[in-house]
Design a protein around this ligand. Structure first.
Ligand SMILES: [Zn+2]
Ligand SMILES: [Zn+2]
Length: 267
């Protein structure tokens, strides 16, 4: 797939951590990441963590699944962008996620339907359905979604720019296909991987479709060379932050970093 010429001049990808937690406090923000100021991955904190100019610069948001901690700021960013007469924001997700957003969120009850506001010809948000594993060009990046294992339909993403490829697990417990696809990637610069609960909360993690450090290490070892893939951990529940960090620090043969709000990675 050919990428736009303006992207070919740059030799790196910037990844900004806007929110990286599985819950919220004044010091914790729910999941949202931004690539090169134009492509957001999940919308858990796009308005609580970005100023207006940064919100207006976004071209698209790829959404892993419909849980509130990943979509909530789509409501407020739509409102802000509508008032500023921005270009439509592409909201890309798999079928069930889009249908949940339409039916339960932008449904003219919880929030106005910004896919027809201010008008259908040039709306504030534009839904784009992603077919699992089909590669599509979004905001200049090749995006491939892959279904993972969560309590509702949830997708991970492989995002390829001209100079770097990164992957995002989405909310997931143990899964297989994501790892198969990642093993076929030549130049994976970073993997954003969820971990939510400490090992002693395994039951809760299993029923809710999340990782503990114990299942995370087992899954990461499905990579052929896990130590070669910089793995950025996110989605830790604020209540368990320290405990999960300590358990992850003891894991061997992998390359783990716990992300923090405001981190910027040049990849
Ligand atoms: Zn979830
Ligand atoms: Zn979540």
């Amino acid at each position: 797939m050919r990428l736009p010429a303006r992207l070919l001049a740059k030799e790196w990808m910037e990844l900004r951590v806007v929110g990286c937690h599985g819950g919220e406090t004044p010091k914790h923000r729910t999941s949202a990441f931004v690539i090169d100021e134009r492509l957001a991955i999940d919308a858990g904190s796009l308005t609580s963590g970005l100023d207006l100019e940064q919100q207006f610069r976004l071209q698209a948001c790829i959404v892993s699944h419909a849980h509130l901690d990943h979509i909530r700021d789509l409501a407020t960013i739509a409102d802000n962008r509508c008032q500023a007469d921005c270009e439509p924001l592409i909201v890309a997700a798999t079928k069930q996620t889009i249908s949940a957003l339409k039916k339960h969120f932008f449904n003219n009850v919880l929030w106005p339907d910004f896919s027809v506001i201010p008008n259908k010809a040039r709306p504030t948000i534009q839904f784009l359905e992603l077919k699992p594993e089909k590669k599509v060009l979004i905001a200049g990046y090749q995006v491939q979604s892959v279904l993972v294992s969560h309590s509702i339909e949830s997708a991970g993403f492989i995002v390829k720019g001209p100079d770097a490829t990164i992957a995002y697990s989405g909310d997931t417990g143990p899964t297989d296909r994501l790892w198969e696809l990642l093993n076929a990637e030549q130049d994976l610069k970073a993997l954003l991987l969820e971990v939510s609960f400490p090992d002693r909360e395994q039951k809760l993690a299993t029923v809710s479709g999340h990782h503990t450090p114990r299942t995370l290490i087992k899954d990461l070892k499905k990579l052929l060379k896990p130590q070669d893939v910089p793995t950025l951990l996110y989605h830790i529940k604020p209540v368990f932050q320290r405990e999960v960090e300590q358990e992850c620090a003891r894991l061997k043969g992998v390359n783990l970093t716990v992300t923090a709000i405001g981190d910027q990675y040049v990849l």
